[in-house]
Write a protein that binds this ligand. Sequence first.
Ligand code: SF4
Length: 359
Amino acid sequence: MNEKEMYQALKQKLERVVPDVELRYKAGLAVEINRLKKEKNAVILGHNYMEPALFYSIPDFVGDSLELSRKAAQTDKDIIIFCGVKFMAETAKILNPTKTVLIPSDKAGCSLAESITADDVRALKARFPGVPVVTYVNTYADVKAESDICCTSGNAAAVVQSLKADTIIFLPDEYLARNVAKETGKHIIIPTSLLSPHFRNSQLDANENNDEQKWGDERGAMICWRGRCEVHEKFTVQDIQNVRAQFPEVVILAHPECSPEVTAASDFSGSTSAMIRYVQETKAPQYLILTECSMGDNIAAANPDKDMLRLCAVRCPHMNQITLEDTLESLKQTRYIVEVPEEIRMRAFKAVQRMIAIG
Ligand code: SF4
């Protein structure tokens, strides 16, 4: 595709969401990236949260963490460029140790991944010996390596049920844990004494300091952490009430990283891909998606016949680090190479593989 064709393709898809001048500029970058991608035998994976012009121009595959992990595991290309955040690129490396995995920016972190360390997991295992550990894929490789199995927001309940264990350690997203606990009939324990002072002393703990005392008295627990997605924690029940007052027939979709109160007040809760499918397969007067801004734009672009309301106050600052400019530099300079020490990779691989086997 030449630059003119790329511009036309982007314009057709995105003219309602991206200014024309931006589309013209980005079409040129995208054509150059696609040329280099071929020359270097690379594959580009694009997360659903990528900005619209990137999302619709350079990835060979788009999707959520789980779908992209699967694609990463199947590729025969020499280079994998992960347009997503660092924990995702690490997962691609875990599954493809012999390939070169690149991430376009070394600043693309994640508030969830940064909420927990491998030492924290070891302390939890010592405190609750023999209890299986499930970690959300939004963690770094050394945390995955301490886990029995990983999960995504799309398969978290299925992973928990697959373990057939009465008590589970589920890390690090507190809201996802609470949503999954509700679905699987478990109650939450937060071992506050093991949390870092930052979490222990936060306002968030004010109502739940007694959670740990339940340990020993009750079975069927989900022991969780205080991690939060800095994007999804911002949505409130009040937001939902305000929108429903104005649009009584609106269908509201919430990501399971939102609080249980927000998911309960919504009409549907699911992973990014599940939300995309829901919009495609249903017919409602309006939809509101409580998730990251760019994904809302990408769904709106893919469904021009649907009326998508915007409640877009929150762009993930980490996903926002990934740009077409940086992706081009990444290809030109073979930067930033993602490495995972082999000893950690092998242990993390087992946890990720177990998850992929469940689906
Ligand atoms: S949206 Fe939330 S969970 Fe996803 S990368 Fe950003 S901070 Fe992490």
